[in-house]
Design a protein. Structure first.
Length: 549
């Protein structure tokens, strides 16, 4: 695929053709400070009538807008592009196998007359260079500087294709037992295998858009505020929409699943089922869907233990529910034999409209996942007691179309699974969670989410931000709780040695300090965060612990 603009410096266009469904993905960037009108023609495109449109602009810096579809007239269209905006268009593949070639022609391009134009701005080339951050804290903390590496990447490099939209998910586990501390201990292997299978499942569930990244397992741990609590015996469960909404919400996993016939989650050969079950529960916790199975439990006389009751509007799985086939929120166990259809979210075509998920959202999984929470039935949030659902806009780029089942992304054999893309970002780290007495009194915490201010999606990748846009950093100093009312300054040293001081602001008094740090060129930077308490005004507070980033 080739793309060209008659004025790439003002209105740029990039294009790629997805390998999975041959859809044409176009990214149009208006780099100017004024709106642009442009005609776009697409050669060798047959059959397509409309294009999906997503836009990030000054109209809403907190979210991506999913705009109405753009109609195609012949092989192109004319559209307006707001100032300093990024527009993503997805054109479904039409008939034929020819390669489409988009051409963008701006019309009436305004030229700014008073904006200074730098003449010697360095441009990064080749392999992005690492950036090392150092966090410095007051001497009372008795801490050495903490290294925090970052990588610089260019946005919309054609070679990246859709990788710029992919999300890597990092989380922590609090494991009850303390006998897994030795490096290389065979006792760790069942947990690590289960996490590998969980990574496979998340990749499959999201059509390849989400991958599991850094997983920290705290052993000898007691009720830490981690996303996953792993106990000795329990029926696996999770809080719907708990991720990022409630620090007391968790996914609960166990060594022994307390089913009617107990399931040994760590037994050799059971790790796949354990990992897929963790992915099912993560589906509730991170994405929000409810269960899509029927609860067929009965008492000794054969009576349903959980009969369906229409007086309970959001009742969980009950006896006369109609299961959804195939869905990971129904029976992920069916995927252990290699049928990966059971690791996918449901679509409208296989929704039975009689299950817990439907009672809550009145929609199938993929319809729900690709709309904002504002388009959910609002009663579930105002009177239903549910946490507000998180929205991941990049999933809209891979939503199954029509009655087509979600595609299968995982390889069919275990050898390829072990070396596959789904596990490529997975890194498992073990730490002793019972040594709180030996940890420093003050602990600096740098939120790993760098938010690109002009990207079409929020980048929640650990250690990555997009050059050359400013990156927003969230910094905390924590003892038992975050410490508010401190003076915090970020000292940024550029590759050329120039130093810039940027004050961080705690706008809501929760001890979460924030600032946008400017980066004017690629290269290696040093950033020091200095915490001081000159007026003795600093206080510990739990004001922000009910909602986390």
């Amino acid at each position: 695929v080739q793309a060209a603009s008659s004025d790439q410096s003002q209105l740029s266009i990039y294009a790629a053709q997805r390998s999975g469904d041959d859809a044409l993905t176009l990214v149009v960037i208006n780099k100017s400070g004024a709106g642009q009108t442009a005609s776009l023609s697409i050669a060798n495109l047959a059959g397509a009538q409309t294009a999906q449109v997503y836009r990030y602009s000054a109209a809403n810096l907190a979210a991506i807008a999913h705009l109405p579809d753009q109609s195609l007239s012949g092989n192109g269209f004319t559209a307006d592009y707001p100032a300093d905006s990024i527009t993503v268009l997805v054109v479904s593949a039409g008939a034929g196998n020819v390669t489409p070639t988009p051409t963008l022609t701006p019309t009436n391009t305004p030229v700014p007359t008073d904006t200074p134009v730098p003449t010697e701005t360095p441009t990064p080339t080749g392999t992005p260079m690492p950036i090392v951050e150092h966090i410095f804290v007051p001497p009372v903390a008795n801490l050495q500087p903490v290294q925090y590496p970052l990588k610089v990447v260019q946005v919309f490099d054609p070679k990246l294709n859709l990788s710029v939209f992919k999300r890597t998910i990092n989380f922590k586990i609090c494991l009850y037992r303390g006998d897994v501390g030795a490096n290389g201990s065979p006792l760790r292997q069942p947990y690590e295998k289960a996490l590998q299978y969980m990574a496979d499942a998340i990749y499959e569930m999201t059509n390849g858009m989400h991958m599991i990244g850094e997983v920290t397992v705290y052993y000898n741990c007691d009720a830490m505020k981690t996303e996953v609590l792993w106990v000795d015996k329990a029926w696996p469960n999770a809080t719907i929409n708990g991720y990022g909404n409630d620090v007391n919400a968790h996914v609960i996993m166990a060594d022994i699943f307390t089913f009617k016939e107990p399931y040994n989650a760590l037994a050799a050969g059971n790790e796949r089922g354990t990992g897929y079950t963790l992915a099912h529960e993560w589906g509730h916790f991170f994405y929000g869907p409810g269960d899509q199975y029927a609860n067929k439990s009965v008492d000794d006389k054969g009576n349903p233990l959980v009969p369906c009751n229409t007086a309970i509007p959001y009742q969980g799985a009950c006896f006369s529910d109609l299961p959804v086939n195939s869905s990971v929120m129904n029976r992920q166990w069916n995927a252990t034999s290699g049928d990966y259809n059971w690791l996918n979210f449901s679509i409208a075509a296989n929704e039975t409209k009689k299950n817990h998920n439907w009672r809550v959202y009145q929609a199938d999984n993929w319809t729900t996942l690709t709309r904002t929470a504002d388009n959910d039935p609002q009663a579930i949030y105002t009177t239903g007691g549910f946490n507000r659902r998180n929205y991941y806009p990049e999933l809209g780029l891979v939503k199954p179309q029509g009655t087509a089942l979600p595609r299968i992304d995982l390889p069919s054999n275990d050898a390829d699974l072990a070396n596959g893309v789904a596990r490529s970002q997975l890194k498992i780290t073990w730490q002793n969670g019972g040594l709180n007495i030996d940890t420093p009194q003050y602990k600096p915490h740098l939120d790993p989410r760098q938010v690109c201010l002009s990207c079409p999606v929020r980048l929640d990748w650990l250690n990555q931000f997009v050059y050359p846009d400013p990156a927003i950093f969230n910094v905390q100093l924590v003892r038992q709780w975050p410490i508010a009312n401190m003076n915090v300054v970020a000292r940024l040293t550029s590759p050329a040695g120039a130093t810039t001081n940027v004050p961080l602001t705690d706008v809501d008094g929760t001890g979460n300090y924030q600032a946008a740090l400017p980066y004017n060129s690629g290269g290696e930077y040093q950033v020091s965060f200095v915490f001081t308490n000159p007026n003795n005004a600093a206080v510990e507070t739990n004001a922000g612990l009910a909602y986390t980033a």
